[in-house]
Design a protein around this ligand. Structure first.
Ligand SMILES: *Cc1c(COP(=O)(O)O)cnc(C)c1O
Length: 356
């Protein structure tokens, strides 16, 4: 699977005017920078940073869990979670397109000695029936199946939203097999804003769940994982072991608190821009588009006599940055993308297709 082709880096290329590469590309707003400047700080590692502590309380409450811990990245949330849930030789069940399989440098195998069994299914999601079929009885021959992991939203699936009923069913199946449940919530709040279902309800029944602040929420650094107090104590041990304990991390956490206060409801704008982009692209003959559910739009040239790579290159030459992901082009809307930029992008795609 070709998961991700970095965009062409051409020093002579025109400057990027429209950055649809990822929601990680946002720059902190002036309000966020003010919040960073005002942040009260202390030594995070010994629990003395008041802004980090506030953020962790906010995230625990948001996700309906006993406790939370601030980590440098979403990847470290996934890695520490499996390190706590599993022992070497254990099996994790996840969708074949999951971030934990394809984008974490093999961390779960390298650091934990875990194997991840890829489950298939459309749109980055496996059905409860697929999960049930993948379970095997406990025996000395087979690896202990200890964790089921889902992505809400499913990134490579198209930013799709797991239905609450399916989440509940996955939890029920996992629990009845004595397994832990892990929710990769890099874009959980996108799912919440799109459906009106609270993060607390989405995460209900999941032993560990986390949100990323450096994606659509627009903060420069950080993610936070929540769970039971015992689970979080163990995550803290791994955070320390991996060198993820910080000092005056309130500088970063202040941006995250600001994002929770100011950048959640506005995710609806990103979703509207994604829909507008998909609508515009779908009207171009020779472009195939997946209908977006949140802020990710996957599309590809189809019968236009041009490859996806050519399309990405052509857009880059015109100042629009995006990339191929798993054989399709992914456009990601976020706080630095306006409705006007979407309209312009549609026009440029049309120009490229017509020019072939
Ligand atoms: C981005 C992402 C991650 C990792 O988060 P980082 O903060 O980039 O480490 C994990 N899972 C999904 C689904 C993601 O999109």
């Amino acid at each position: 699977m070709t998961y991700y082709t970095p965009p062409p880096r051409d020093p002579k290329a025109s400057p990027v005017r429209i950055n649809l590469l990822s929601d990680t590309q946002t720059r902190p707003t002036s309000g966020m920078r003010e919040a960073i400047a005002r942040a009260e700080v202390g030594d995070e590692q010994i629990g003395d940073d008041p802004t980090v502590n506030l953020l962790c309380e906010r995230v625990a409450d948001l996700l309906g869990k006993e406790a939370a811990v601030f980590l440098p990245s979403g990847t470290m949330c996934n890695v520490t979670a499996t390190l706590v849930h599993c022992r070497p030789g254990d099996e994790i069940l996840a969708h074949e397109s999951a971030h934990i399989i394809a984008r974490e440098g093999g961390a779960h195998a390298a650091l934990g000695g875990f194997q991840i069994t890829p489950l298939n299914g459309p749109d980055g999601q496996f059905s409860p029936a697929t999960l049930r079929a993948a379970l095997h009885p406990r025996s000395r021959y087979q690896p202990p199946q200890t964790v089921v992991s889902v992505e809400q939203t499913a990134n490579i699936g198209g930013g799709t939203i797991w239905k609450k009923a399916d989440l509940d069913e996955v939890v029920r199946i996992a629990k009845s097999n004595g397994m832990a449940t892990h929710m990769d919530g890099a874009r959980l709040l996108n799912a919440c804003v799109a459906t009106g279902i609270s993060a607390r309800d989405m995460a209900a029944g999941w032993d560990s769940a986390w949100i990323d602040f450096s994606k659509g929420l627009g903060a420069p650094v950080g993610a936070a994982i929540a769970g039971s107090r015992d689970f979080i104590d163990e995550v803290w041990r791994w955070k320390q072991r991996l060198g993820g304990s910080m000092r005056q991390a309130g500088i970063c956490a202040a941006a995250c608190v600001y994002a929770l206060d100011h950048h959640v409801d506005r995710l609806a704008e990103d979703h509207a821009n994604a829909r507008a982009l998909a609508r515009g692209l779908s009207q171009i003959q020779g472009v195939e588009v997946q209908q977006p559910e949140t802020n990710l739009v996957f599309f590809k040239p189809d019968g236009a006599g041009i490859s996806g790579d050519d399309m990405v290159r052509g857009l880059r030459q015109r100042g629009v940055l995006l990339a191929m992901m798993d054989g399709r082009i992914r456009a990601c809307t976020h706080l630095d993308v306006s409705a006007g930029m979407i309209e312009e992008t549609v026009g440029l795609v049309r120009e490229i297709v017509r020019g072939v």
